[in-house]
Design a protein around this ligand. Sequence first.
Ligand code: PLP
Length: 411
Amino acid sequence: MTVAQAPSIDWTAVRADFPVLTREVHGKPLIYFDSANTGQKPAAVIEAVDDFYRHHNANVSRAVHALGSEATEAYEGARAKLARFLNVRVEELVLCSGTTFAINLVAYSWALPRLRPGDAIVLTRMEHHANIVPWQLVAQRTGATIKVAEIDERGQLDLNQLYALLTPEVKLLALTHVSNVLGTVNPVREICREARKRGIATLVDGSQAAPHRPLDIAAIGCDFYAITGHKMSGPTGTGALWARREHLDAMPPFIGGGEMIKEVRFEGTVFADGPRKFEAGTPNIAGFVGLGAAVDYLSALGMAHIDAHEQALLAYANEALSQVPGLRIFGQAQEKAAVISFLVEGAHAHDLATLLDLEGVAIRSGHHCAHPLMQHFGVPATCRASLAFYNTHDEIDAFVAALNKVRKLLA
Ligand code: PLP
């Protein structure tokens, strides 16, 4: 990962920007280690949403009155901020409810009309269900098949096997940028280059990348890139799909309604150009205002600084967890985000997570919407501690102490 030293950032002050982190749970200070599930929101985001509803609330693109213009400006302003953050053009950025919607949009508008019996889609073993199930639905309806790229013992993609799968019948390779379970950072730039050489389109699920590392979608060279706002300190129900303009122009609308048209007659409808063709209905306006504020917030800290700080936390947590008897970490990729999936010998994941919650520590237990990965490891569930820049070394110490305590209770 990019390593940037940021001695000037006072991470304790940054943490103080997040109101929820001051609360207690079961009488203990909250230690929130579930940011891969959803990220906490800084006051700037909460206030932006509050300010929108208090002072500017109106629908977008419809009214000529002052509030209508302000709402439209704020909503389109958020699109522009997000486009800058991702290094893409605004005309190629579809705003939607999140990654799940973004991937389904590609599945139904791009893949469904295109795929034929005998075609194939390549996925990887480490995909979230959001990047598996839509492709299964498309495969069922088109007669296409799904092929799976496997991982090695460290939880890294076996690139030779992946490239061997990229045969002429493959029309799409859909893969995650960063695994939500293993933390593995996939070399998406290299992989997309290989796919492109073979004429295969690529979709990258950036849900777990956008909140944690500098992103340059233009440099990745994919065809589609999906992000979700709630994991990047923004409100739930916000996200985006970036797609090459030639794809957006060729794709039919996914959902019909207001906002996505130029002219409607009973004889037929002329659709809006570009992203708006895919944005039927009233969007989550306040949510996107909040996401714009989140992008401002992350950009002010600097994604390279966030990345470096989270890498330091990850190294510290790895070292501390290596001292816990019977603890096994799933995923030891060379390039890894601050996501640690683990099990402790003799303890069920849900029991560990429940007892840790009583100590104030919020981790996730379960299959993490990645059944095929659990099947690969032969376990029904793991515990997952996922860190963000607002976490601290002290919290890691407290987490490991709590883990040692509950481990003994379960032994
Ligand atoms: N893809 C990955 C890798 C995820 O971690 C998640 C959320 O957990 C999703 C997709 C689904 O995103 P959304 O919450 O926007 O539906």
